[in-house]
Design a protein around this ligand. Structure first.
Ligand code: ZN
Length: 244
């Protein structure tokens, strides 16, 4: 495909303004660092919660092939109208990459239909993300595992529907495990949930994490295809035989 991918990176962008540690790691916001690490041919648009329509106008979304979502403390401030707009775009084929605490975002919960709850602990422990589906395009160029020296722990049970494809599983120093790379389709849209990325650790500078997100954007990009036709349909074949 010669056409590039239009990726939009949406960030709540609150921790980086309130928390000293988050601000020191991500002075211009996590979205800018995620953008810097995105090695995909095409255009990148940045959007944040406090912009009008959260930066996700009809025009922006209609021109987005893949939307990346990071949110945490302000999920409730995301307007339902915008959530519905994103939801409809996913059903029509827009890819969605949900990062870390985005597991509790309105859009992810709406698409999953479950509580999306999990265990968590924030002590800066080691995480080892194991590739469990080595033939999957999202794992291209990634070795057996990725080690993050310090991360927040997310543990099972993670209340999600059974992933269509489970690509990665995390192990944590404290003993928990977690399904950290999960693929879904909803309508014509592809969805990838990727676990790491707590705001007080430099996770989005990690070259392998960046590679995984870039691979996921390529995987989730829509294919060229018309929206299916639904409803009453005329027969495609002659039905004369039926009356004989
Ligand atoms: Zn977190």
């Amino acid at each position: 495909m010669s056409k590039g991918i239009n990726a939009t990176i949406w960030n709540e962008y609150r921790h980086e303004k309130m928390n000293e540690k988050a601000a020191s790691i991500y002075p211009q916001g996590m979205h800018t660092v995620i953008a810097e690490g995105l090695k995909v041919k095409g255009n990148i648009t940045l959007a944040t919660l406090d912009e009008p329509e959260h930066g996700l106008t009809e025009e922006v979304l209609n021109n987005t092939d893949v939307l990346i979502w990071w949110g945490h403390i302000a999920h409730g401030e995301v307007q339902d109208e915008i959530v519905e707009r994103v939801y409809q775009r996913v059903l029509k084929g827009m890819g969605l990459i949900v990062l870390h605490s985005g597991h509790f975002s309105k859009i992810f919960k709406k698409l999953m239909g479950t509580s999306c709850d999990l265990k968590w602990r924030e002590v800066g422990e080691k995480e080892r993300i194991w590739v469990v589906n080595p033939g999957h395009p999202i794992t291209e160029g990634i070795g057996e595992y990725v080690v993050l020296p310090e991360e927040e722990m997310y543990g099972e049970h993670f209340d999600i529907p059974q992933p269509d494809e489970l690509v990665m599983v995390s192990w944590f120093e404290g003993g928990e495990v977690f399904r950290s790379g999960c693929c879904y389709t909803r309508g014509m849209g592809k969805i990838f949930y990727f676990r790491p990325g707590h705001e007080t650790y430099p996770t989005y500078y990690n070259p392998q994490v960046r590679k995984i997100i870039s691979n996921a954007v390529k995987w989730a990009a829509p294919i060229e295809r018309e929206y299916p036709r639904y409803g009453n349909a005329q027969p495609l074949e002659s039905m004369e035989d039926k009356s004989q």
